[in-house]
Design a protein around this ligand. Structure first.
Ligand SMILES: Nc1ncnc2c1ncn2[C@@H]1O[C@H](COP(=O)(O)OP(=O)(O)OP(=O)(O)O)[C@@H](O)[C@H]1O
Ligand SMILES: [Mg+2]
Length: 148
């Protein structure tokens, strides 16, 4: 078991910090480039949602990113104490965005759900949101052994 937690200001400038930190955290597992790419994408989507929708770009607020590795299973948790989601089922629909004015595609939740082994989002209106992502990392070594 290994874990880490990162807290950072709610500004998009910190999106790459979050991606890079997670990428460094999983490096000892020797993930494939594809796995690194997918994990970074999920981190970006969750973190950008917290900043844009949760906090409305208020950089005085704080996003929390937790990472845990249990054997080869990575758990990512992204938390904001922002405005929350009124209707999660609706928010999850592909192409649904409450901010089309910002030219958001409305695909972040769909992308995370597709790339993750398991994806959970909990939210309370006016209290905030929490995204929990699980993904198993099959190291390159394992790939070779399995002949994939
Ligand atoms: N952390 C959050 N806090 C508040 N609302 C959220 C949060 N995450 C998602 N939402 C709501 O869910 C909607 C869908 O999110 P999703 O990430 O799928 O699309 P998007 O962020 O609008 O566009 P894209 O991610 O493609 O740029 C958002 O438009 C927003 O209304
Ligand atoms: Mg999004």
């Amino acid at each position: 078991m290994n874990k880490m937690e990162l807290r950072f200001s709610a500004t998009l400038a910190n999106e790459s910090l979050a991606r890079t930190a997670v990428s460094a955290f999983i490096a000892p597992l020797n993930p494939s480039l594809e796995e690194i790419g997918e994990i970074k994408t999920m981190v970006s989507e969750a973190v950008s949602n917290a900043i844009i929708h949760g906090y409305g770009f208020d950089s005085a607020k704080e996003v929390i990113l937790r990472c845990e590795l249990d054997q080869s299973v990575l758990t990512l948790v992204v938390i904001d104490y922002g405005k929350g989601i009124e209707n999660i089922e609706n928010a999850k629909k592909p192409h649904y965005s409450s901010r089309p004015d910002l030219e958001r595609a409305g695909m972040g939740l769909t992308i995370m759900e597709t790339l993750a082994d398991s994806f959970t989002i909990r939210s309370v209106l006016g209290m905030g949101s929490k995204v929990i992502i699980r993904k198993e990392i099959l190291s390159e070594e394992t790939y070779e052994k399995e002949g994939v």
